[in-house]
Design a protein around this ligand. Structure first.
Ligand code: CA
Ligand code: CA
Length: 590
């Protein structure tokens, strides 16, 4: 990677130094507390968490901007991330005490005056040569607690910076980037612990969820996501994940994937953190018989000790890179006169899952895209998919494939880019609907022979992504979690790759690769406002209140996995210009 770096303090040298010069209490007094973070969704004056609340509902109680007033909404200021290379900007900003903290491509973090856009400070991580992010040099956001802001970097480190100066307080290696590990997700903070996942499922890493003391960066616990690997608690071995060789053969659990690359959510009612886990490695499923737990699953984890409370595997023995990392959003399911403490997940495999979040029991699984070629549905009793066996990519060792080293290609939908990829959906307790940024695409996929080699791609598969329809790929869909029915949809020509926000103003916001930030009527889906930001949007919108006015913000800057991996779809969007800009909007003063 060619890049000029500003000479900001190197981490290792000062790690721990500042931490001991202040008491924890004094540090906490200087910024948001754990309690502030826990109630973030109820306090519209700030945005302290990725997900606009630890449950990740991405709903705001603000309604000054609503389906009527939004027609007058205009930009207030915009800020350029600059730099030689722009690339994908998948970030969600945070707002605290008049300051916006926003991450950019290539592991950058900016602190901006929320009223003017003036830069207060900028931190550029010193990335080594040879980082291996699979799917663009993105970062999805920061976390904040007390006097520090935190984010993960592409060389698999976690950095804590003083929120007022941008100076490094501590900088910890999470994993070995030379083995293919990286970090792109926003951390979450639960009761003084900073909780992160890891990326690298395409390189045969072992996924893990980790908790560190947010003050010192010291590791509290680790929970590997692949059966057979040992967890830790307070520097000692704790418990093994699952049972060795129960769902994996031989030593494959040592390179089994299950990367937790999208981060997690937290529900205080059940004291559970929810992390999705990515694909088993390699992609060629014939090389790893069994369910391959706990890959392509949602895990409920005790934040105090890292123990798994329950798991739900959305794609057992995944053979399509469906991953399973998609966010799990807690909500109250009101059905048949009862309220069930539920959670929902729109999975890359094309199914919308509603799960009892107290015990992991499946309530419903309904397709939210037009084709799910791999399964005909889910058995609600067992919680398992009903496979369409003929549509599993064939074994290259069967029939004549072995000679050529390549298995017979099949067409599968959704493609591995997913019915929904990383981009977070939103839930409105006003409409009781989920708003899901979906895509309609399939792929030709075939398996190949592969052996594990440290730091090399570990797929054993090849693919070409194809659109399903001529007129659209993206579809923003309002889904009723009681029935799984699609209440309304908005079709977009390019694939949707940005997050969603919903508000008490009966609005749903999302961005498009064509550059628009758009707002829709949350009940009807009617488009009520749009503004072109000058580059494709793959970030997640937020809203907050400041000086008695409601603000909306979005990061613009095209990139992410689609241009890199999108096959025929990538050709369709090749003319979209890159960028890197934070936009802020509000209503004109009366
Ligand atoms: Ca808040
Ligand atoms: Ca993957």
């Amino acid at each position: 990677m060619k890049r000029m770096f500003t000479s900001i303090a190197v981490a290792g040298a000062v790690a721990g130094g500042l931490a001991v010069s202040f008491s924890a209490d004094a540090a906490r007094a200087a910024g948001p507390t754990d309690q502030d973070i826990q109630k973030d969704a109820e306090t519209p004056g700030d945005v302290l968490t990725y997900g606009m609340g630890l449950q990740g509902q991405r709903h705001s109680t603000l309604k000054t901007i609503n389906t009527e007033t939004i027609k007058k909404m205009v930009p207030v200021w915009a800020f350029s991330f600059g730099g030689e290379k722009q690339r994908g900007q998948e970030s969600q900003p945070l707002v605290h005490d008049g300051v916006i903290y926003v991450t950019g491509s290539y592991s950058r973090l900016f602190a901006l005056d929320a009223r003017t856009g003036e830069k207060k400070w900028q931190y550029d991580a010193r990335l080594p040569e040879g980082i291996m992010p699979c799917c663009d040099v993105v970062n999805r956001g920061a976390a904040i607690l007390g006097d520090k802001v935190y984010f993960g970097t592409l060389d698999a480190r976690l950095v804590a910076l003083n929120k007022d100066t941008g100076k490094v307080v501590w900088n910890k290696k999470v994993a070995d980037y030379q083995a293919g590990y990286s970090m792109t997700a926003a951390p979450i903070i639960v009761n003084g612990k900073i909780i992160t996942g890891n990326s690298g499922g395409e390189f045969g890493v072992v996924g893990a969820v980790e908790a560190r003391d947010a003050e010192t960066g010291e590791l509290v616990w680790t929970r590997p996501t692949v059966e057979g690997n040992m967890g830790t608690l307070n520097g000692k071995e704790s418990t093994m994940t699952g049972t060795k060789n129960a769902s994996w053969t031989g030593d494959l659990w040592q390179t089994g994937g299950g990367a937790t690359w999208l981060g997690g959510t937290y529900d205080a009612e059940t004291n559970s953190i929810f992390f999705g886990t990515g694909n088993p490695a390699p992609w060629n499923s014939h090389l790893r018989p069994g369910d391959n737990l706990y890959t392509s699953s949602t895990l409920a984890i005790n934040p105090d000790n890292g123990e798994i409370k329950w798991h739900f595997q959305t794609t057992p023995h995944d053979g399509w890179d469906f991953d399973g990392v998609n966010e799990f959003i807690s909500f109250d399911l009101k059905k048949d006169g009862k309220v069930i403490k539920a959670g929902a997940k729109a999975d890359r495999n094309g199914y919308f899952f509603v799960i009892d979040r107290t015990n992991g029991k499946l309530q419903s699984a309904t397709p939210f895209v037009t084709q799910t070629s791999w399964a005909t549905g889910f058995d609600l009793k067992t919680g398992r998919p009903i496979y369409n066996d003929a549509n599993r990519p064939p074994n290259p060792m069967d029939g004549g494939g072995a000679a050529a080293g390549q298995g017979k290609p099949i067409f599968a939908a959704p493609s591995f880019l997913g019915g929904k990829n990383w981009m977070p959906m939103a839930y409105s307790p006003d409409t009781d609907l989920f708003y899901v940024p979906a895509n309609e695409w399939g792929m030709d996929i075939w398996n190949e022979a592969i052996t594990y080699k440290k730091g090399a791609a570990y797929l054993g598969a090849g693919f070409t992504i194809k659109p399903l329809f001529d007129d659209y790929i993206g579809a923003l869909r309002a889904i009723d979690p009681k029935t799984g029915k699609i209440v309304w949809e908005y079709k977009n020509p390019a694939p949707l790759w940005g997050g969603v926000l919903t508000t008490a103003g009966n609005l749903v916001f999302t961005g498009t690769p064509e550059g628009y930030l758009k707002a829709f009527d949350a009940k009807t889906g009617a488009e009520v406002w749009k503004f072109n930001t000058g580059s494709g949007i793959v970030g997640s919108p937020i809203t907050w209140e400041m000086d008695g006015e409601q603000y909306v913000s979005i990061v613009s800057g095209w990139g992410g996995a689609v241009p890199l991996w999108g096959g025929e779809v990538a050709k369709k969007v090749k003319d979209i210009n890159q960028g890197g800009m934070l936009w802020v909007f509000k209503l004109p003063k009366a």
